[in-house]
Design a protein around this ligand. Structure first.
Ligand SMILES: Nc1ncnc2c1ncn2[C@@H]1O[C@H](COP(=O)(O)OP(=O)(O)OP(=O)(O)O)[C@@H](O)[C@H]1O
Ligand SMILES: [Mg+2]
Length: 255
């Protein structure tokens, strides 16, 4: 839930056109990956979907309902932000049954009962392999991988309708990255939430995406399955991107 439609969506910052007349359809329950170089508009697109900013032109629809102007909390959207701290609350512990904490925050905010909070937190803790040892720690006392799990946990204690992830693995080292990728994949399969995942790594996009959108200068150059993009790049920029990806594979595996 739900299907997301973008119709001619444009967002400008002064003279910069961050998102430029974007039209696309993201299917219900799809794992949709947006890949593109730095500054091409990926984060801006996620912020538009989350409702943190609104388009200057065009429409965003969730299951046919116009979202322009609808505030973030009424959209059922959760976003994992780009950056080292994952927007965790630095002064709060990972989890406490008595106090406000990172994992219980969204549930407390909704005024859920202690029993419900305990049950929901337990479920995400099990799902993500969060250890009770971490509960009393503040985010600065966690490793990157641990922080990332807590951020994923906080984002899914209430099952979102739409899940937005902005380069969530960029701070992890390669083995942790591979593991976290698997976890995110599994999380998506379990929750069935329409997911938009941003990366600048085409290999990651191909591993994760049901479909992949290659973005440049605020537009999608091509949207397709990993196989379609690999086998039939729609334009020169996508072809070059795929070539660099193949080169990377060659270097890694000597094939
Ligand atoms: N709040 C803002 N004010 C002014 N310009 C902005 C703002 N946010 C984004 N931009 C500009 O819009 C363009 C798109 O930025 P955006 O952050 O969406 O790129 P991105 O694809 O997420 O890049 P990266 O891969 O580096 O995170 C850039 O040129 C950026 O400088
Ligand atoms: Mg960004």
């Amino acid at each position: 839930m739900p299907e997301i439609v973008l119709q001619g969506v444009t967002k400008r910052f002064g003279s910069t056109v961050a998102v430029n007349g974007l039209t696309a359809r993201i299917f219900d329950r799809e794992f949709f990956v947006v890949v593109g170089p730095t500054g091409c508009g990926k984060t801006t697109l996620l912020r538009l979907l989350a409702g943190l900013i609104n388009p200057d032109q065009g429409e965003i629809l969730f299951d046919g309902v116009r979202m322009n102007g609808v505030p973030p909390r009424e959209r059922g959207v959760r976003m994992i932000f780009q950056g080292q701290d994952y927007a965790l609350y630095p002064h709060l512990e990972v989890y406490s049954a008595e106090r406000w904490s990172n994992l219980s925050f969204p549930l407390r905010l909704r005024g859920e009962k202690a029993k419900t909070i305990g049950e929901r937190v337990q479920r995400v803790v099990q799902r993500l392999g969060i250890l009770p040892d971490w509960f009393p720690r503040k985010p600065r006392e966690l490793s990157e991988g641990q922080k990332q799990k807590v951020a994923l946990g906080r984002a899914t204690v209430l099952i979102p309708k739409v899940f937005l992830l902005d380069e969530p693995l960029s701070h992890l080292d390669p083995p942790a990255r591979a593991q976290a990728r698997e976890e995110i994949r599994r999380l998506h399969a379990e929750l069935g939430t329409t997911t938009v995942y941003v990366t600048h790594d085409l290999a990651e996009a191909f591993l994760l995406g049901d479909r992949v959108a290659v973005m440049r200068d605020g537009r999608f150059l091509q949207v397709g399955t990993p196989k379609e993009i690999r086998d039939h790049p729609a334009d020169a920029f996508v072809a070059e991107f795929v070539r660099a990806y193949r080169e990377g594979l060659k270097k890694a595996f000597g094939v």
